[in-house]
Write a protein that binds this ligand. Structure first.
Ligand code: NAD
Length: 454
């Protein structure tokens, strides 16, 4: 939670309302100059090899690990998630950093293609200045996810983190800037005005993770300069539970993936379709699994769910629950509103697609269960969405695998979550994404591909 005084962006603890700290707000009039300095700094940066750039950044991984507890606490104070999760997010970025910079450097080695008459070198060169605009739900991981590939591929970066979590994003940039040349990574702080001004400035690539609505605005604004775009947007991920599924495992997954980080995860399970014959047994188990969560201040030992990011987000979730119950859904567990932005995890059953909660991203701790008569009905309903980030199917292996193949999402898990093998991209379909991240395919999205043939 934040407020912008004239020249300071203050960050508040969502659990207590207390101020955590503040950063100077970037005047929009200064953004053009920041981007110009970024472009100048990029010239020497791009002339290094990717391996040299990786080596420069590598020591930041150890610093993040050494400071994981301190930075994790800052993250929790600012964003609300339990302290263990905050520390884990920082430590994870630090632990993986060295391998990640190696993977990115490997991904941009030229590819050689040839036949008897021509040899072509497909090169993955830098694009220039990358604007990286990030959300608050994983407030160090999301900047890390963009800044690292942008830098190692030879771009300079202007990071505009969420106005809800500026402190941890600034701390992350400060760690990298212990090792980077001046102006290769700069930070712009502020709200949508600063984001909009950055998009309109002379940047070459806009890497954005956030809501669909803002993604659409950015795409429109980028059209004038045909700026390159990577958009990772919202979703309404479905889960299908078939006869033959391990119901304990399915219920455990459903509870965890609906409620972790208070449901403020782009691949949260937001809709659950269960075959009618097993629905009651599944719901019984889901209730049992849901009892394991303890809602409280993220800094308190024992809290497994913290406060939501702010009261507006909670109000959106509560209004979707109320709309659903007014149209026939039953609230059978939780949903109690605490002080500020606290909300206990909720289970709704008998939800249907005429309810807003089955169509518009919730981004809150709600599990919505809908009974279906057949696999065909489950597939039709799961695909009945404008989004398409993740989806999961639980069932007997062969049937679950076949059903997964009929879903239109970008990443689909069979009897597990959506996480793929190392090297797989993070990819959304339809209005959940435009371009993608991660793995060699994703890293190359930060590059200008050029072909030299002789
Ligand atoms: P948001 O879209 O409100 O804000 C994201 C960022 O965009 C912030 O830094 C904000 O200041 C900036 N912004 C706002 N208006 C802008 C404009 N006109 N031009 C440029 N920048 C602008 O999103 P949020 O509330 O911070 O995050 C939640 C959303 O992020 C959810 O929809 C979630 O699904 C999505 N998300 C997606 C993924 C993914 O991988 N697809 C990952 C994490 C979060």
């Amino acid at each position: 939670m934040t407020s912008t005084a004239t020249d300071q962006l203050s960050s508040y603890n969502p659990a207590t309302g207390e101020i955590v700290g503040s950063v100077p707000t970037t005047p929009p009039s200064e953004i053009k100059g920041i981007v110009a300095r970024s472009a100048s700094a990029q010239i020497a940066w791009r002339n290094l090899s990717a391996a040299e750039r990786a080596d420069i950044i590598r020591p930041a991984g150890q610093v993040l690990q050494d400071r994981a507890e301190e930075l994790g606490e800052l993250l929790t104070l600012e964003q609300g998630k339990p302290l263990g999760d905050g520390i884990g997010e920082v430590r994870g970025c630090g632990e993986r950093l060295s391998d990640e910079v190696n993977e990115i450097a490997d991904a941009v080695k030229p590819t050689i293609l040839k036949d008897e008459s021509v040899t072509s070198s497909v090169r993955y060169d830098s694009l220039g200045v990358c604007a990286a605009i990030t959300p608050w739900n994983f407030p160090i991981l999301m900047p890390h996810w963009m800044v690292l590939p942008a830098l190692v591929t030879g771009n300079s970066v202007v990071l505009k983190p969420s106005e809800q979590t500026p402190l941890i994003a600034q701390a992350y940039a400060d760690v990298l800037n212990q090792f980077l040349p001046e102006n290769v990574l700069q930070v712009v702080h502020g709200e949508d005005e600063q984001g909009k001004t950055l998009v309109e400035a002379d940047v070459d690539l806009i890497a954005f993770t956030g809501s669909k609505a803002v993604g659409q605005k950015i795409m429109a604004a980028a059209a004038g300069g045909l700026k390159r775009l990577i958009l990772e947007l919202g979703s309404k991920d479905p889960m299908i539970v078939l006869e033959g599924a391990d119901l304990d495992k399915a219920a455990q997954f459903a509870a965890t993936n609906s409620f972790r980080n208070c449901g403020q995860v782009c691949v949260s399970t937001e809709r659950i379709y269960v075959q009618n014959s097993i629905k009651d047994q599944f719901v019984e188990r889901l209730i049992e699994q849901s009892k394991q969560f303890t809602v409280g201040n993220g800094m308190d030992e024992g809290s497994t769910l913290g406060a939501m990011i702010h009261e507006e987000q909670k109000a959106h979730v509560v209004s979707q629950i109320n709309d659903a119950t007014s149209k026939g859904a039953k609230l059978i567990f939780g949903g109690e509103s605490g002080e500020r932005s606290f909300l206990s995890p909720a289970i709704l059953v008998d939800t249907s697609h005429d309810m807003d909660i089955m169509r518009t991203e919730t981004f809150g701790p709600v599990a919505c269960v809908t009974g279906v008569a057949s696999i065909d009905e489950a597939v039709d309903l799961a695909n009945d969405t404008e989004y398409g980030l993740g989806a999961v199917v639980f069932g007997e292996d062969a049937q679950a695998r076949h059903t997964a193949g009929r879903l239109t999402a970008g990443m689909i898990g069979v009897n597990k979550g959506i996480g793929g093998a190392p090297g797989t991209p993070w990819v959304g379909a339809r209005q959940s994404g435009f371009s993608y991240h991660g793995g060699p395919m994703g890293h190359r999205q930060f590059c200008q591909v050029r072909v030299i043939s002789e």
